[in-house]
Design a protein around this ligand. Structure first.
Ligand SMILES: *Cc1c(COP(=O)(O)O)cnc(C)c1O
Length: 449
């Protein structure tokens, strides 16, 4: 490999020209970006031939491994017949089929599929739809409620309903005033209480907020079961059942942001199956195309849809659009992804893989710096703390040490603060799980040293 085509050259050119996302660019002086030349299955390969297991599915998108032949074929075929056409006034086969399939796979009350082109834009659409619904009913309801530690994306509306200070605090003056309510995650569950008891206890906060803001709240938005970016906080489905109840009682919409947890990640195709409830609006993205293309949808109920449907007496129609709304190639990739769920028992196989991840780190529960290990389906999180249980000082950036050590061991893990987590593609093998968990051990050793 000559110097012009190896890692160092691409890394140097990248930091000179690319402003990388979610990065302090100065960090790249110590640890340059890793240029990836190709990827197959769970493996990423750099320009020097070193291979890494993609332990976080490239930011939670890649659920069936890189370069999956079925998805690749679908993308190629679609590109050869129809690359792109606008979806206002026009339509296309891939988009129609995908909408029909998503409507069939999600709870019966969700009957309409609105396309967007990334997760944040889907959240924006859902918030606007809810607000606009009440507007069309003659009510002004400009407020939203979300949960402590939530994350819904980084455009201004999505950021406003999130609660991760790292991403949000700088922009606070630009954001709409959101109402944040304590959720029911494991972080502060009292010793001895079951998660269900915790849920019943914590729903009181939501009830109080709904009482205090009666008539001004359009919707409650949540990441069902796992608040991923908010350090993989997990909570019980019972909370979602109770939440549906109070939203009905106070007549506000419930929005499920399944952008990270949808498509099998938590042990069912969608979390609605575990919760046994249906939201009024449901956002999907990330895994929807198997991690190949950017696409998102908002699924809506008849009740919401009908509030926008009329003759031109008022501005009732929902006029949001993005240039690449419902891009046919992305829809084809999504249809191919759904085929893969139909062709084999992905969810059943994931149960085995999730258990294998848990078994592989069982001994770490005894580690003096492991404060918690928690799992939901194909997400496993290991939370590090000082030996007395108090959190590490964030400025010590111990998670970053774990990241570097895991890379040396050939695994991409990207801790959230001091939470090391696995969120691998569903095609990972038990052997590769072993390699991934060994890298996490090396990462933990480096982090707590
Ligand atoms: C990633 C994510 C988003 C934002 O999606 P983007 O495609 O990154 O804009 C929104 N909600 C949740 C729960 C996410 O994990």
């Amino acid at each position: 490999m000559n110097a012009q085509s190896g890692n160092a050259s691409w890394a140097q050119r990248s930091t000179a020209a690319v402003w990388h996302p979610c990065s302090q660019m100065k960090d790249y002086e110590a640890l340059p970006p890793i240029p990836i030349a190709r990827a197959q299955g769970v493996w990423l390969e750099d320009f020097d031939g070193k291979r890494y297991i993609d332990g976080i599915s490239s930011w939670w998108t890649n659920i069936f491994g890189h370069g999956h032949p079925h998805i690749r074929r679908a993308v190629t075929n679609q590109h050869e017949t129809l690359d792109h056409v606008l979806m206002a006034g026009f339509t296309h086969e891939a988009g129609v089929r995908l909408a029909e399939r998503l409507i069939a796979l999600t709870p019966a009350p969700l009957t309409r599929c609105f396309y967007a082109d990334n997760g944040s834009s889907a959240v924006e659409a859902a918030l606007k739809m809810s607000f606009h619904y009440w507007h069309n009913k003659g009510q002004q309801r400009p407020r939203f409620i979300s949960l402590r530690g939530s994350y819904h994306g980084e455009t201004l509306g999505a950021l406003a309903v999130g609660d991760v200070a790292l991403y949000k605090s700088t922009y606070e003056p630009l954001l709409m005033r959101n109402i944040v309510v304590e959720g029911a995650d494991a972080f502060d569950r009292p010793a001895g209480a079951t998660w269900a008891e915790r849920a019943a206890d914590q729903i009181k906060h939501m009830r109080t907020a709904l009482e205090n803001h009666a008539g001004e709240v359009a919707a409650v938005i949540v990441e069902p079961l796992v608040q991923c970016a908010g350090h993989m906080r997990m909570y019980d489905a019972e909370y979602l059942r109770l939440l549906r109840g109070v939203c009905d009682e106070f007549d506000v919409h419930l929005i499920f942001d399944e952008i990270a947890v949808g498509f099998g990640r938590t042990g069912t195709l969608f979390t609605t199956e575990q919760a046994g409830v249906c939201p009024d609006l449901m956002c999907l993205s990330k895994g929807i195309t198997g991690g190949t293309m950017t696409l998102a949808t908002v699924l809506a109920t008849d009740d919401i849809y009908n509030a926008f449907y009329d003759d031109y007496t008022k501005l009732n129609a929902f006029l949001q659009s993005h240039s690449y709304t419902g891009n046919p190639i992305a829809c084809a990739a999504a249809n191919a992804t759904l085929d893969l769920f139909e062709q084999s028992d992905v969810i059943g196989n994931n149960r085995m893989l999730g258990q294998a991840m848990e078994d592989a780190v069982a001994d770490l529960r005894e580690h003096p710096n492991v404060a918690d290990i928690r799992r939901s389906g194909m997400i496993l999180a290991i939370e590090l703390a000082q030996t007395d249980g108090t959190p590490f000082d964030w400025q010590q950036r111990r998670g970053r040490r774990a990241y570097a050590a895991a890379l040396d061991a050939g695994v991409l893990l990207r801790p959230l603060g001091e939470v090391i987590y696995f969120m691998p593609p569903y095609v990972i093998t038990p052997d590769e799980i072993g390699q991934m968990t060994d890298a996490a051990r090396a990462g933990i050793a480096a982090a707590v040293a």
